[in-house]
Design a protein around this ligand. Sequence first.
Ligand code: IMP
Length: 446
Amino acid sequence: MAGIVIVGAQWGDEGKGKVVDLLAERADLVIRFQGGNNAGHTIVRDGVPWKFHLIPSGILYPGKLCAIGNGVVIDPKVLTGELDDLRAKGVDLSGLRISANAHLIMPYHMLLDHAGEAKLGRLQIGTTRRGIGPCYADKAARLGIRVQDLLDEKILKKKIVAAMEPKRLSLRPYAKSPELDLQSMTEDYLTYGHRIAQYVADTARLTWDVLDHDGTVVFEGAQGTLLDIDHGTYPFVTSSNPVSASACTGTGVGPKDIDEIWGIAKAYATRVGAGPFPTELDDDLGVTLREAGGEYGTTTGRARRVGWIDLVALRYATRINSLTHLAITKLDVLTGLGSLNVCTHYRGAEEARFDHYPYHQTVMHQAVGEYEQLPGWDEDISGVRDERDLPQAARDYLAFISDFIGVPIALIGVGPARDQIIWTDAGRSSLAGQALPTDGQQLDPV
Ligand code: IMP
């Protein structure tokens, strides 16, 4: 058996979807453990792009068990929309399972997310406005509505009334909004319940069963380590724990069920929304990098902030997640940029030097990256499939990152297509890599 966790090692959007997609082919179960439809990724199959926000993209493999774990927050309107879309395209949904314990995003959560951001004005977090924060807040306040509540009209209504009661004041500006009408909200949610009932399951037990039968489970994270509500750049974070430990609480397994923890990082850095970003490039080079990398959000379409790779933050993510392997994505985007900066420490107020990620918010806001400059390369690397065929400068760049954080690089992304990847020796000998065909070759593109 193997439990393999995939987490974002930066601020999200690292290309986790592509790695999960690669591993999903041989996995027996893919299960998401946190976040909601604030996440999103695009999978390209036979030149056709598929967009996913909630359902693991592994669903494209017919009959593959794909689960939404208890730690995820589900907007049932988005979920049923995704189901309709997949069904219309002829995708077999028989492998889908949805945790009965997952919490639901309600119409008032979205209104409160909008209102909260509007109230913060200049200080806003830049949330995706999908209701994620208010939904997790209700979960913690024990006022949440869960998937299982959709199957009982009386309970559902009672819980909606109880959840809305303490929000009366904040929701007053929306009092006449049809979305908040108790009767129609209840009816809408009961309808969602009917539509997803066949997929509702005890996903913790399902995960144990797969592991007990020597199966491989891929635990799919969303967002990234530095957006973690406990360990990220609070308050400029999401409202869940995108770190590896959350794979346990968000699905119902213990740490001993986890064998490998893969961190995914871009060859540079990006961030959406507000908050500290010590290596940010807000100059022409930043614009070039954004365009070269197509750095616009899948979920919101927002332009992402871009910068140099931040090894202080990456080493921090290594420790927080206990990373065993690193995948570096979008290495090809750095081609032709000239010499490359890698951030090895921060400079703070009064010239203070920080070799470690500062825990204090004020320090973090003032931190500016300081760099080691490494040679770049001009050769097109998008067709390279063996690390030994990469230009020496690219190999040195990767070696510098790996040595600095003390984690082997297992996988390298050199282009958007599914086969534009390089499995390194470390990757091939990993549990995840052992699921590859025995001749050690890469998976055939589907
Ligand atoms: P929320 O998760 O919508 O509450 O947004 C909180 C912060 O997390 C904002 O800065 C968002 O831009 C960021 N965020 C949430 N989901 C993602 C993601 O999937 N990728 C990148 N940033 C995200």
